[in-house]
Design a binder for this molecule. Sequence first.
Ligand SMILES: [Ca+2]
Ligand SMILES: [Ca+2]
Length: 236
Amino acid sequence: MKGCVGIMFSVLIVYLAISTQSLTDSSMFHKSNNLLCGPTRLSLGWIDKSKSSCAINCQIKYPNDCQGFMYNKFTRSCTPVGPNLRPNNAQPSVTEGDLYFRDGIFQFNTRSNGSTTAVYAYFTHPLNYTDATLTCACLNAHLYVADNLLKYGLMFLLIDFDQSVWIGLDDLDHEGVFIWVATGQPVDPFLKPFIFETFQPDNRNGNEDCVFEQPGLLRLNDAPCSLQMAYLCERS
Ligand SMILES: [Ca+2]
Ligand SMILES: [Ca+2]
């Protein structure tokens, strides 16, 4: 009998743990109304019994990519949504309902380094350079510009030191001419040796046009733009 009560108690504990987890999973999403672009649908979706259930199933089906969902409380349509935004993506339709994103995902913060201040949002979900650029643009922002030493130093207060991170610098228009995309200005030749890693940029294999921060090195490197990595958006 004692053993039976013990098992029932264990089952109750597990049930409570799952319930609490479910509540946490669905409550960490918030309604998003003011995006300039539409979300990326991960699939056509399914019919789900509630908004909470939609949130949980989205995370179960897409553990790496579910960053939000659309839910229509009348038709119970549930559409999973990925981490990037694109200008050509449609806004949620009437059928798809309201759009919800993870708390803080598109949250901008302010940070200073001496006389320099940045309004920024740092995203760890990896995207290629084009998707990172477009997602920043959809948030009325651009990839980070580090065109002076203060701004360059500030960058390391905003990101994870051990991550590869896209910033807004590339030579896509003219090979070897690196331009800060938000300002259209080339890299200051006096600054270049301080911010790039030794022997970089090297355009290795003739295929490196986009610039990222090398994990742990406090230095930049050029890489293929198709690589997926974290990225740093900034609002001017
Ligand atoms: Ca190049
Ligand atoms: Ca390189």
